[in-house]
Design a protein around this ligand. Structure first.
Ligand code: GCB
Length: 593
């Protein structure tokens, strides 16, 4: 099975990025026989036929082997297959990847792990023909220990990937973004000592400004270890002992801490030593809590000047998975005068979060529990809990992350409420320091059709009530904004987690003409005036920073497979509405100083 070892990137590693050979296996020939039965049912055990590197050259030329990996047919990793091979642009199916790599020297006292940043959606992983395990979920990282199977010299790593959508999956059959397939994030081989720190948490205790909480878990055969923690810049050096199960959890007071904030995103170098090996990280400390309708960052009320972002590079097309792309997207958010980003609709890559930490952007992080999930299915719930756990575990030491969002536009009902409650319980159990929310929906009161409200049992479980609304786009024309009144009874902060409308970049015309930049500009002006009237409003995140690909968007010449609600076009040009938000945020920045 895959495991969650969050510290792996802190150990020495070798990148397995680069060219990977591939085979498109539309009929899943590597797994199914010609009756559609899994091949192992025919007694051929679980060494799937495609699990080895095979380049088509046989010692015995009469042998029947009908597959092969050749260097000339390769894909870049990280990368989605859709953007790399014309024939794969719309492909939703099975594909085999194979990477051959050399291990110069296998150190007998070390342990080896292969880690994937993300593979969309399901992956079955083999090393030298041995199955390591399966991972489900397209946007979170996972690893396998390979100490037993890795060899000195040549190794072959094979991954069967499928991105076929299914009702029981998360996300489910329907989604408004491109279902990019493949090994979309980095792959690395890490080496650790036999006994090592596999996970740690170092953050301010909930609501405190000078009490740090430190937890750690050891992996290996001797679990009781002396652990040294140091933050050289603060002159802090402390020693702890892990218990018989390899765990420790302590808190202690610290003085002279400069708190992390968007204005001063201070990160400290932290060193942790376990069994003689020191690992380092850069960590910021800040407090976040809610009192009444206020969100308090380091004790001070803050307005979240946000924008929603998909993990996509509109200019180049395809998944945005490099540091440079993270800097481009988050740089645009900064130009918009943001202090907050909603990273929609799934956990983004780790670089994105680390860059946000450095740039001082608060983050809303979410899992793809989106629209009509199979609420009654226990394996779907298990899957949701796993994706949430993997997301929280990876980013729990990043000061920028302040909100775990558990769902987007889901319809209240018994099964859904219970599903989301279980996610909320898991999030609180794993992290007592951050806020919980979900992008809910609004509706109008039946006896007062222009009065909008939010009534959702899940809002009771949330620290912040967030909802998406499209007054002026799907819901009337922009002028409707002046008529709508908001009556929201929750005494909690409110975030508008989406609003907006489409405009084709460069298309100009009358304010009343849909798809023009002028229409979108007017829609934004009207929305801003309307939203200002919600007394508990403490954040807005318009939908969306940049145009993104979506197979749902079919209107020829205007959409052509793109959702055009971006404030920035497919070409990277700012649309007129960009300035409306930029000015609104400038105003708010002064107001909340
Ligand atoms: C929504 C969804 C988002 C869509 C957006 C739209 O409510 O949350 O994923 O892309 O609306 O453009 O309709």
């Amino acid at each position: 099975m895959s495991s969650i070892i969050t510290t792996l990137p802190r150990y020495s590693g070798t990148s397995l990025n680069g060219k990977w050979c591939y085979l498109v296996d539309q009929l899943d020939t590597g797994y199914l026989d010609h009756f559609g039965a899994p091949i192992d049912e025919w007694g051929r055990n679980d060494t799937q036929r495609f699990a080895y590197f095979f380049d088509g050259h046989l010692e015995n030329p009469s042998e029947w082997v009908e597959y092969g990996f050749v260097e000339e047919r390769s894909l870049d990793v990280p990368g989605d297959w859709n953007s790399q091979v014309k024939e794969l642009f719309y492909y939703e199916g099975n594909l085999w990847y194979c990477k051959r790599f050399d291990l110069n020297k296998k150190d007998p006292v070390k342990r080896y792990f292969v880690q994937f940043g993300a593979v969309n959606y399901k992956s079955d992983v083999y090393l030298n023909g041995k199955k390591l395990g399966v991972h489900v979920g397209g946007y979170t990282g996972f690893s396998f220990e390979v100490t037993e199977y890795i060899k000195e010299g040549k190794n072959s790593l094979v991954v069967h990937v499928t991105n076929v959508r299914a009702k029981q999956n998360i996300p489910t059959l329907n989604q408004d973004w491109w279902n990019y397939g493949g090994i979309t994030r980095d792959v690395n081989l890490y080496e650790t000592p036999a006994v090592f720190a596999e996970d740690f948490t170092l953050q301010l205790k909930n609501g405190e400004k000078s009490v740090l909480e430190f937890a750690l878990k050891v992996n290996g055969t001797s679990l009781e270890q002396k652990i040294k923690l140091s933050i050289p810049e603060l002159g802090l050096e402390k020693e702890f002992l892990t218990d018989k199960s390899g765990k420790l959890k302590e808190s202690f007071t610290i003085s002279d801490l400069t708190l992390w904030s968007p204005e001063n995103p201070k990160l400290y170098s932290v060193e942790i030593t376990c069994a003689g090996k020191t690992i380092t990280d850069r960590i910021g400390f800040r407090s976040i809590k809610v009192i009444g309708t206020d969100i308090l960052l380091n004790g001070k009320s803050v307005f979240l000047r946000g924008v929603c972002i998909h993990e996509e590079n509109p200019i180049k097309g395809g998944r945005a998975n490099t540091v440079e792309e993270a800097r481009m997207l988050l740089g645009w958010a900064k130009e918009l005068n943001c202090n907050f980003v909603r990273l929609a609709h799934y956990p983004h890559n780790e670089q994105m979060i680390r860059v946000a930490d450095e740039m001082g952007l608060l983050v809303w992080s979410e899992i793809p529990v989106y629209w009509g999930i199979n609420w009654d299915n226990p394996s779907t719930l298990e899957n949701g809990l796993t994706q949430l756990t993997e997301n929280i575990m990876r980013d729990k030491n990043r000061a920028c992350v302040i909100i775990w969002s558990l769902a987007n536009e889901t319809v209240p009902g018994e099964a859904r409420n219970s599903f989301l409650s279980k996610l909320a319980d898991r999030a609180r159990e794993l992290d007592s320091t951050r806020l919980i929310s979900a992008a809910l929906e609004k509706h109008y009161l039946s006896d007062s059709p222009d009065t909008a409200t939010v009534e959702d049992p899940f809002a009771e479980k949330c620290d912040v009530v967030s909802f998406n609304q499209y007054v002026g786009w799907y819901d009337g024309l922009p002028e409707k904004c002046s008529r709508v009144k908001w009556e929201i009874k929750y005494n909690k902060p409110i975030i508008i987690s989406e609003f907006g409308g489409d405009a084709l970049g460069g298309k100009h015309g009358k304010q009343s003409e849909r798809w023009t930049e002028e229409f979108q500009e007017e829609l934004y002006k009207q929305n801003v005036s309307m939203l200002k009237k919600i007394p508990q409003l403490r954040g807005t995140a318009p939908w969306i920073l940049a145009d993104f690909r979506s197979p749902k968007r079919l209107l020829p010449y205007i959409l052509d497979g793109w959702n055009r609600k971006g404030l920035i076009s497919q070409q990277g040009e700012k649309k007129l509405a960009f300035n409306v938000m930029r000015s609104f945020y400038k105003e708010l920045e002064t107001q909340y100083k």
